[in-house]
Write a protein that binds this ligand. Structure first.
Ligand code: SF4
Length: 371
C-alpha cells in the first residue's frame, strides 16, 4: 500500500483529444460516493493527480461541498457531466440544473447519455452546442455510448464537432477489430475517449469462472507479479494509446490507491500474462455480451435481449441486485411473461459471441423476476 505523504504517487496525464487539455488517465467515477466520506476520497484523488471527475445523476452535492471548502480547486479539475435528451430545450434545462446543483459556472465536458445511433446528433443539437460553448457554459461536448459502440465511434469521427466520447470498453473489447479501428479513427480526428465499464464483467456466475484452468493460471501469474486482476484489466486498457482516461468507480481509499498504482505502472503487461488473459477471455467469451444489439432483430417477441443481458451483468458482475430488480419490473408485463419461453434460436445463430441466449434468458427471468 502506498504512503499518503509520498508526493511521487501521481497518475500520469494524457491529452483529451486535440483540446490541448491534459487530464489524468484515471477518472473518478460519479457513482463512487457511498458510505465513505466523499471529501476524503476527493482529497486523496487530488493528492494523486486524479484531476478528472465525473458527475452522474446521483453524485449529489459532493463536488459542490468540496469546492466550497477548497476555494480555487474547481479550476484545477476537469469535470464531466451528462444530459439525458437530444432535444435542445430539454438539454438546456438539464444543463442549467447541472450547473446550479453543483454551484459551478461551466462544465468541462458535457455528454449526451446514452447514444446508440449518431443520427440523434442533429443539426439542432450541433447549433445548441455552439451556443452553450459561446456562452462558456461548456468547454467540450460529446456523448456516452454503451451499445453499438464501434459504429457510433466511427460515425462520430466523421462529424467534425464531437470533442469526446465516453464508451463501454474493456480488455474483452480490445479483441474486436472494429472497436480498435474505431478508437483509432476517433483519435486521429482529435476526439478524446473515456472508457467505462472497464472490468469487462460477463454474465457468468462467479463461482463457475473461478474453476477455469485459465483463471487459475492467471491468478497464479498475477500473484507472482504482485498485481490484482482489477489492476491488470486497467493496465490492459491503458496499453491502447488512443484512449484518454478510464472512468472508474473508486468508492474507498483501497480501490483508489490500487487504481493509482496500476495507472503509474506504464510498463507493458508481461507477454505471458497477456497470453493467459486472452485464453481466459476466450474461455468466458460466450458469457460476455459485446453490446452489438443485433440479436434483437432475430426475436419475433421483441424481447429486449440486450437490456436483459445488461441487467444480468449488473446483477452477477457488480452485485447490484435491488436496482436490477427494479429495472426488470419496469419491463412491460407481456414481455416479462414471454422471456423464459420465447424462441431465441435465430438470435443465438447471429450472436457474434455465441452466447447461450435461451439459457441465459431463462436464468435471468428466474433470478430477476420478483412476484
Ligand atoms: S447479439 Fe449477442 S453480443 Fe450482441 S447484444 Fe445480443 S447477446 Fe449481446
Amino acid at each position: 500500500m502506498m504512503k499518503n505523504n509520498n508526493i511521487d504517487f501521481i497518475v500520469p496525464k494524457r491529452e483529451f483529444g486535440n483540446t490541448g487539455i491534459q487530464i489524468s488517465k484515471l477518472c473518478l467515477g460519479g457513482g463512487s460516493f457511498g458510505d465513505t466520506d466523499s471529501q476524503i476520497i476527493l482529497d486523496e484523488a487530488l493528492k494523486h493527480g486524479v484531476n478528472c471527475w465525473e458527475i452522474v445523476s446521483f453524485t449529489g452535492k459532493v463536488y459542490c461541498e468540496y469546492f466550497k471548502k477548497n476555494p480555487g480547486i474547481r479550476e484545477n479539475v476537469f469535470l464531466s457531466g451528462k444530459v439525458y435528451s437530444t432535444d435542445p430545450i430539454v438539454m438546456q434545462e438539464q444543463l442549467n440544473i447541472l450547473l446550479k446543483e453543483n454551484e459551478i459556472s461551466f462544465i468541462d465536458f458535457l455528454a449526451i447519455h446514452i447514444v446508440d445511433d449518431t443520427k440523434v446528433l442533429t443539426n439542432d443539437v450541433r447549433k445548441w452546442v455552439e451556443k452553450v460553448k459561446k456562452e462558456k457554459k461548456i468547454r467540450f461536448f460529446g456523448f456516452c455510448t454503451h451499445k453499438n459502440m464501434d459504429t457510433c465511434l466511427n460515425s462520430a469521427s466523421k462529424l467534425g464537432w464531437i470533442d469526446g466520447i465516453q464508451t463501454f470498453y474493456n480488455y474483452r473489447m480490445q479483441r474486436i477489430k472494429s472497436m480498435e479501428d474505431a478508437l483509432q479513427k476517433c483519435h486521429e480526428k482529435g476526439i478524446g475517449i473515456f472508457a467505462v465499464k472497464s472490468m469487462g464483467f460477463s454474465v457468468q456466475k462467479k463461482t463457475e469462472n473461478q474453476k477455469l484452468p485459465s483463471k487459475e493460471k492467471l491468478d497464479s501469474l498475477l500473484t507472482a507479479d504482485h498485481i490484482s486482476f482489477e489492476q491488470l484489466k486497467l493496465r490492459a486498457i491503458w496499453q491502447n494509446p488512443f484512449l484518454t482516461s478510464i472512468c472508474s468507480l473508486m468508492p474507498n481509499s483501497a480501490i483508489l490507491q490500487s487504481n493509482v498504482l496500476a495507472a503509474m505502472d506504464e510498463n507493458p503487461v508481461k507477454s505471458e500474462i497477456v497470453t493467459v488473459l486472452a485464453a481466459y477471455a476466450n474461455a468466458t467469451g460466450k458469457y460476455f455480451c459485446r453490446r452489438c444489439g443485433i440479436c434483437e432483430t432475430a426475436n419475433t417477441d421483441r424481447i429486449p435481449i440486450f437490456n436483459i443481458m445488461e441487467m444480468l451483468m449488473y446483477s452477477r458482475g457488480y452485485g447490484i441486485t435491488d436496482m436490477v430488480a427494479r429495472m426488470f419490473a419496469r419491463l412491460p408485463s407481456q414481455i416479462q411473461r414471454k422471456i423464459a419461453s420465447s424462441d431465441y434460436s435465430g438470435a443465438e445463430k447471429i450472436c457474434p459471441q455465441k452466447m447461450p441466449i435461451t439459457k441465459l434468458m431463462k436464468e435471468a427471468y428466474l433470478e430477476l423476476h420478483k412476484e
